[in-house]
Design a protein around this ligand. Sequence first.
Ligand code: DON
Length: 305
Amino acid sequence: MEPDYQAVLEQVAEDIAPQIGHGRPAEYIPALSSVDPRRFGMALADVHGQVYGVGDWQEPFSTQSITKVFTLALALARGGDSLWQRVGREPSGNPFNSLVQLEYENGIPRNPFINAGALVVTDRLHGLTGDARGALLDFLRTESGNDRLDFAPEVAESEAGHGDRNAALGYFMASCGNMHNPVPTVLDHYFWQCSIEMSCADLALAGGFLARHGVRADGTRLLTRSEAKQVNAVMLTCGTYDAAGEFAYRVGLPGKSGVGGGVLAVLPGRATLCVYSPGLDARGNSVVGVAALDRFTTLTGLSVF
Ligand code: DON
C-alpha cells in the first residue's frame, strides 16, 4: 500500500524546519547568489502522475546540473550505448568541475554527471539532434505538462561569463578527440541547458520515466527497462559528485543535485521526488534538500535497499 504522501511531505517539512537557511547559495555565478536561502519546497509525483507538494514546490528555480540526467537519457534514447565509449560510469571522487583526472584518463570523463562528462553528453545530443538545448527543453515541457518552462538568459549569460573552467574541460577533451562539435557550440548549449528554470513539481513529473522504468508520461517508451536501470544506477553512484557515498548512505535513492539547490531522486516503480533549498554544502549539494530526502526515506522506509 502507498503511504499518505501528502502527510509524509508535511511531516518532512516540519522536521527539517530548524535547518532551513543552512548552507550557502552558489556564489560562482552572480545570477545564482542572489536567491533567498530560506526557500524550501518538495514535491513527489507518483508513477500515475499524481503530484503532492509542500512549501515552495511550485516555485521555479535554476535546474543547473539536474538537467544532466535528462540529456543523458535523451542521448541514450536517440543514440544508443556507443556513448559509453566516450564517457565512463565510475564515481569521480572529485569536485564536479575538476580538471585533474581528465588528463590522466586521456580525455574520457569518469561519468556523465561531472561537468566534463555532461559536456560530452551535450556534444553527443547536439550531434544527434542539431539542437541539444532545444531537444532538452521540448522534452521537459512535454513530460512536465508545462509549456511555460524556459531558459533564463541572464543565468546562461552569467554562466558563460564565468565559464573558463568548463571551456578548459571542453578544449582539453577536444585535444583528445572527444568533442565532435566545435567547443564554443557545445559550451553554449550546455550553459543554456543549465539555465532552464523548473519547479519541484515540474521536475518530479519530468523525471517520471525514471520511476516508470523508462516509460514516458504518455505511455510511450523513452528508454528500455535496462537503460532506465542504468541511468538510475549512475545517479546513485555519481549523481551527487564526491558526496555520492554519503548521499547513498543517508538517502538510499538514485539522486541528482544541481548548484541551484535542487535535488531529484527516484523511487523506482513508485515515484519521483524533487526538493529545493538553495543553501549548499561544500560539495555543492543542497543541505536541506539532502536532509529532507533523508527524512523522507527514514519516515517511510522506502528506498532501493
Ligand atoms: O557547469 C556549471 O558550473 C553549472 N552550470 C552546473 C553546475 C552544477 O549544478 C553542478 N552541481 N552540483
